[in-house]
Write a protein of this length. Sequence first.
Length: 400
Amino acid sequence: MAIRFSDVLASMKGSDLGPLLALTAQPDIISFAGGLPAPQTFPLKELTEVAIKVREEDGAGAMQYGPSLGFMGLRQAIADRMNRMYQPMGMYKVDPKNIMIVTGSQQGLDITGRVFLNKGDVVVCESPTYLGAIGAFDFEQPNYVEIPTDDDGIIPEELEKVLSTNDKVKFIYVIPNYQNPSGRCMSLERRKKFMEIVTKYEIPVFEDNPYGDLRFEGEEIAPLITMDPKHLVMYSGTFSKTLAPGMRLAWMVLNDELLPKFDLVKGSTDLATPSVTQREAAMYMTNYDFDGHIRENCKLYGHRRDVMCNAIKKYFPSDVKCTYPHGGLFLWVELPEGCNARDLFKYALERKVAYVPGDSFFPQTKKKNYFRLNFSYNDDDVIEEGVKRLADALKAYLAD
Ligand code: PMP
């Protein structure tokens, strides 16, 4: 029997990144490719305690189907934390009823695509942007318009040019904090201008904030949801980088008009996020020092950022530039104009080191001379050795 796949699948640009990155799973390769948190940050003792307690105290609830919007105990704990952190910065009071629990923020991206997009609609995003978001939206076959960015994030004037002339824009997707892949933060000034423009054109914004809590230094910059008089921001937070990605728990804050639409799609996607992990996370948030745990993670990641940046300074050729992120998991390397990070990848693999070539983060412009490095996962000596190998690959590539 001939297997016939859907037209959408056939039409997907289909990243060739998968096979490329599969090579990096070999044990002798030092991989800076994934976005994995360090396993020693998982609070296993505490998570084991809550796993037992949840089963003892609310076993039936934990093992039963739950509401598609999520377990109210978790929605309440998330609303409390967001209100505590962001109301003083100007956010309206988030009602737990406006929080939808999702099975990883990746699911939130998928649902958002399904809620908004017809084929040929436009998603506006930063240049570069998170490749997983592109992968989720691609199922609806949208077009992308990348807005140029600099060290302070998206350039507001460029955004306004697009919004004032393109009536196919359905929503804007941005990662204002320690962006994936660039590691950059949108400045407060830029956030204000961005939200002024968005409010003027009344375009919904997906504020993806997996890294906001992973701040190594500097003052916290208010998220977009704190500057949102018309409630256009669909805020997305996740436990993946602060607790454990294996729990597959994240949330979205949605206004009253959007919430039922998202709920409809969520219900038909997986009925609900697992009842058991939701209860575990809620109990963890209420009974343990979540913020203290996050501060410990930040110490480790800030240290690893330093190890990687110092090694880069020491070993990389001087015409290769890279960002210095103040949080998050990634830094972003820019090769001289005309270089191709995919060609460099072969040199890197020969030397048993890997990264993610940058073109996948540019859905429209496919720029070739960038790549992304993760600094959270590997131990210090592995980071140092990997950067040395990468420097060697760079020198060989640039000399050819
Ligand atoms: N958004 C961004 C910007 C990410 O970097 C990631 C994970 N790499 C996700 C969403 C998905 O995270 P999760 O589904 O684990 O919440």
